[in-house]
Structures are given as C-alpha cells and as structure tokens.
Write a protein that binds this ligand. Structure first.
Ligand SMILES: [Zn+2]
Length: 454
C-alpha cells in the first residue's frame, strides 16, 4: 500500500509540475470575489450619498453592468488594444508566407478577422479590407486540401460570403460552384480522407453550413449537405465495427491511426458538427448514433474534469481548443441543446472550471492552443446559461490578452495568423465587446433560421 501511495504522490506532483510548465497560474480573483467587491463598492458609494458609484479597487469589481453590457473603461481599453494589435499584425504580415491561403494560418484567416470587425463595428472599410484578402486567396487556391480551416473550402466559402455582402452575386455564385466541385472527393468512401475538422469531411461540412447560415438556408442544397453527413456517419460506423465498439461507441473516428478526442482532430469536433441544426441530421441518427458516442467520450474524462487528447492517452496534460476540455466543452454544450439533458451542462461547467484554472497558456494567445481560444469557451457558456460568471471569466481572459506579449509566452510559427497568433486574439477581443453575438471563428455557426425555430 505504501508503494501505491508514493506512486500516487509522484503522479500528483508530476502533474503539478507539468501544469506549471504549460500554463500560468491564474491569479485573477474568480467571479464571486469580484462580484462581492463590486457590491461593497456600490454600497460605500450609496453611503457617501454619491450620485456616481465609485469603482471597486483596482483589479476587483465587475467589468460589465447588470445587463451584461461591458463598462465604458474596459471597452475603451479593448478598442485601443485592438487598434494597436491590428497595426502590429499588418506590419508583421508583410513577411508572412504569401502562398498560405488557409483560414488556419494564412490569408483567409485574416479575411475572416476583417469580416468579424465589419460585423461588430459596421465599418465598411473592414469589409473592403476583407475583400482584398479574399481576392488574394482566390488567386492562390492550393488544390490540395478540402476543408474550411486548412483547404480550399475556406477561401471559397469566405469569398462567397464577402462577395454576397458586397452584392456581387455573380462572383459569390462562382465561389459556391467551385466549392461544390470539391464534393465528389469528399463523399467517396474509398478515399483515405479523414473525417476530422482540420483536414477531413467535418471541415468541409462546416464550409457548407457556414454558407447556409451566413448567406441563407438553401444556399447549398439539403441533398448536398445530406451527402456529406452520410459519408461522415458511414465512415464512423465502419471504424466502430472494425474496432468492435459498435455497442459502446457507434461512431468512431481516427486521424493518423489515433482516435483523437478534441475539437481539431477528434471526435468532439465531428460530433459537434453533426449536432448543428443546419446539418439536419435525423433524430434517429442523433439519438442512436451520436448520443451514445458522446457518452462514450464523456466516460474518458479525467478526474480533474479535463479530457484526454486521444482515447488511448492517459495523461492529463492539454487544455486547448484542439486537445482537451476547451474543445470538448463545445460538444457538451451542443449536446445539452440537442438532447436537453442536464448531465451535459454539468460536464460543460466542469470543463469551464478546468479552463479557468489551467487556460492561461504558455503557448500564447491564439485560438487553437492559446488563451483566446480558451476564452471563447466562457463566452459560449455565457450564451447558453446567461450566467454572468462566465462572462466575467471571458473578460478576465481578455484582460490577459490586453498584455499581449508581456508574459513571456512562446512565439508561434505563424505569429500573426488567425489560429496560432495575433489575429485570433484580436478576434476574441472584438467578440468580448459584443458578447451576446460572439462565436469561435471557423467553428461555431451563427444562429440560422432553422436554429431560431427550435
Ligand atoms: Zn492547437
């Protein structure tokens, strides 16, 4: 027994050292402490018979009003930082790879950022800027990959949306037609195309759903969407049978022979797409295929509340959107919306506690494996629950991003890109300003007509 104890202790200490290596300790007070400091400050102001409430002591208090509107001083700090970072980004992009047109690390990601800035500010110059980048990507399609994040579907779908917004419907249609030409290679079951989000079928499906939510239902026909959904479901069933897991996990997926769990390469990202209302997956498939598979993944959860990077991995290490709780939480929230069971929400809230504790990453400020990507999980949970605790946590992660570069984080390979670097942090900051409509780019879909009817 003594041996077991010491082994356990060693494991525990090892995990702590590992944690410190990957993330900064979160020294922000949590919501409860901040809310009571805020209440105390207001009470003091009332006592003093002062018409304007005194702000809570520095670092304490809430950065938003009771209705969830961000307070002006915090708004101004974010706006100033966005301006400053945009300038740095544009300067830095002068030396970026001219041929990388992906949404993940290349020019489509920058086009998406300007599209977002246009959405939140209404400023037309951002839309025109986005168009500049779109034109550049459309001249440079790679013809190699097929997904929204890493392949040609990204530039084509974003191109279609930007042209549509500019009322250039001919150009928009041309992009959509080219996008649909990729479909044949996607639905072919004999190909070795994976199903995950970064390089596989779910990443192509996202492009179709993006068009149907951004331009309107029917932009891509239901039958085209169904064809891709069927290919993903059949592929999952086939692997599940092969691995003799049909009972426990009816839809099983792998990438490079590993059964990944997270949003980027794994099952969480694939199930998340299948549960989107715009994907119109039938109730039977959702209830009998997707739901038990989600429950299977849920059982792989670590005691900490975090998730492994793959089914065979037992080390509780990564808390990123790509691997770990920060990606899985989106699957859990969607499962709660679709299946209306409390257990999914409870798990999602537990994920958010892990992200709060371990989410200020040394890897940087980006979306895929950085602090901004982790911050999005709080914004999404705020949408779902309207609990201001999650808005507060998102604001604190935004505050962390306001000190961009000051923490001694690792510099990513593509430091200005949407998924690895600065563009992603700017995207997050702009969403914190309008938290009620925020969405993780190239992943979360805006509420569509079908969604509203639900
Ligand atoms: Zn990543």
């Amino acid at each position: 027994m003594g041996e077991t104890m010491s082994k356990r202790l060693r494991l525990h200490l090892g995990a702590e050292a590992e944690m410190e290596e990957r993330a900064f300790a979160n020294r922000f007070p949590d919501y409860e402490a901040a809310a009571s400091a805020d209440a105390a400050a207001s009470a003091a102001a009332e006592d003093a018979d002062d018409a304007s409430p005194a702000p809570a002591p520095d670092g304490l208090g809430l950065p938003f009003h009771d209705d969830g509107k961000i307070i002006p001083t915090f708004t101004r700090r974010i706006q100033t930082k966005i301006k400053d970072l945009l300038q740095q980004m544009e300067e830095g992009l002068k030396t970026a790879d001219p041929h990388d047109c992906s949404a993940y690390t290349g020019w489509t990601g920058i086009a998406l950022l300007y599209l977002q800035l246009h959405r939140v500010t209404g400023d037309q110059t951002h839309l025109l800027r986005s168009l500049d980048y779109v034109k550049r990507t459309l001249r440079n399609l790679s013809g190699r990959r097929v997904t929204f994040l890493c392949g040609d579907a990204g530039p084509l779908a974003v191109g279609a949306v930007v042209y549509h917004k500019l009322k250039s419907d001919g150009e928009s249609q041309e992009c959509i037609a080219k996008l649909l030409q990729l479909q044949k290679s996607i639905v072919c079951q004999d190909s070795d195309l994976p199903d995950e989000l970064l390089y596989g079928r779910a990443g192509y499906l996202y492009a179709l759903l993006y068009l149907n939510t951004e331009i309107g239902p029917g932009t891509v026909s239901e039958s085209a969407v169904r064809e891709v959904v069927t290919a993903i479901v059949e592929s999952g069933k086939a692997l599940s049978r092969e691995e003799r897991k049909a009972e426990r996990c009816p839809l099983l997926y792998q990438w490079h022979r590993k059964q990944y769990v997270g949003a980027a390469h794994g099952m969480a990202g694939i199930y998340y797409m299948l549960m989107q209302p715009a994907a119109k997956v039938d109730q039977e498939t959702l209830a009998e295929m997707v739901k038990p598979s989600i429950d299977y993944v849920r059982h792989k959860r670590f005691r900490s509340g975090n998730y492994p990077s793959s089914l065979s991995n037992e080390t509780d290490r990564l808390v990123h959107w790509c691997h770990g709780a920060s990606g899985v939480i989106h699957m859990l929230m969607q499962a709660h919306k679709v299946f209306k069971e409390e257990k999914y929400l409870k798990d999602a809230v537990e994920c958010s506690d892990v992200i709060w504790q371990r989410g200020l990453l040394r890897k940087g400020y980006g979306l895929c494996h950085g602090t901004a990507g982790n911050g999005y999980s709080f914004l999404s949970l705020y949408h779902l629950t309207q609990d201001r605790k999650h808005l507060y946590r998102a604001c604190k992660f935004a505050e962390w991003c306001l000190d961009y570069g000051a923490h001694g984080c690792r510099i990513p390979d593509r430091p200005y890109s949407l998924f690895e670097g600065m563009a992603g942090a700017i995207h997050f900051l702009s969403d914190v300003l309008t938290p009620e409509t925020s969405r993780f780019p190239a992943f979360e879909l805006s509420p569509s007509q079908t969604d509203k009817k639900m």
